[in-house]
Design a protein around this ligand. Structure first.
Ligand code: ACM
Length: 263
């Protein structure tokens, strides 16, 4: 299976131009799954709730979802990334996993970051794992990374590969991802964006460094801080099904849950 990451700089509010740009960056790509950053079509720093509402789209068949369905069919690859989803009074930061046949899974960001708490509603759907082309796939979004429970839940549900779309501003996740890959023995692919947004008196400098690790911590993809690019790695998803760290250590069944206090 070929998994790719697109790292780029969206222009805030230029949804059509950003979608066109993604379309041209991916026009001759050969992947099974391609990851885009979080909020890849709108940008990140919304001035207020009204502005977010203006850019939010319904699911299914909002503008961004429709564009990804067309692109996914054209390039015969699933596409993953997030958009602002309006659903009644709520606006979620929602990841789409769009398959070439148009079928789409969503995940709504559970752990909101900083100012997102002012405008977005926290996700109300569980972490889930599903099959795609022989791989068991899980989804998460940006700040979910700081909670090891996010990765652990997906891994315990059987994920071979965790797809992680991001707009990272803190410098920690790229390194932390290594620990989550090896402690769960899963593939993790993390797509970040680059560039700076300075709006409403808030400056966000996005840290790039998109990364993909194997279940044993090999770096399969690593991008620079300012690199605008698409990179692809070939994986055998079933490599993530061997949970033995040594002959006598299984990373799930060796857990001593009676000693953990997780509530
Ligand atoms: C983040 O959750 N966008 C840092």
């Amino acid at each position: 299976m070929k998994v790719g990451i697109l790292q780029y700089k969206p222009e805030f509010g230029e949804v059509e131009a950003n979608l066109d740009r993604i379309g041209s960056l991916l026009s001759d790509i050969d992947t099974d799954i391609i990851l885009l950053p979080e909020l890849f079509a709108t940008g990140y720093v919304f001035e207020n709730g009204d502005e977010l509402r203006y850019y939010a789209e319904p699911f299914p068949d909002g503008r961004t979802h429709k564009a990804l369905k067309v692109l996914s069919e054209k390039i015969d690859s699933a596409i993953f990334g997030s958009f602002p989803e309006i659903n009644g009074d709520n606006i979620y930061n929602t990841a789409l996993f769009v398959r070439p046949d148009g079928k789409t899974r969503i995940y709504r960001k559970i752990h909101l970051f900083d100012r997102e708490k002012l405008f977005f509603t926290p996700g109300n759907l569980p972490f889930e794992v599903f099959e795609f082309r022989g791989a068991r796939v899980g989804m998460m979004i940006c700040f979910d990374w700081i909670f090891p429970e996010s990765y652990r839940t997906l891994a315990l549900k059987g994920a071979d590969i965790i797809l992680h779309c991001s707009n990272l501003v803190l410098p920690f996740c790229q390194k932390a991802t290594y620990a989550h890959a090896v402690s769960n023995r899963v593939f993790i692919a993390m797509a970040n964006r680059i560039g700076t947004e300075n709006r409403a008196g808030v400056e966000c400098v996005f840290t790039g460094g998109s990364i993909m690790y194997s279940p044993t911590g090999d770096v399969l993809i690593e991008m620079g801080e300012d690199e605008e690019n698409v990179r692809v790695a070939e994986i055998s998803p079933s490599d993530a099904r061997n949970k033995f760290a040594t002959e006598r250590n299984h990373v799930f069944s060796d857990r001593r849950t009676e000693f953990y206090e997780l509530d």
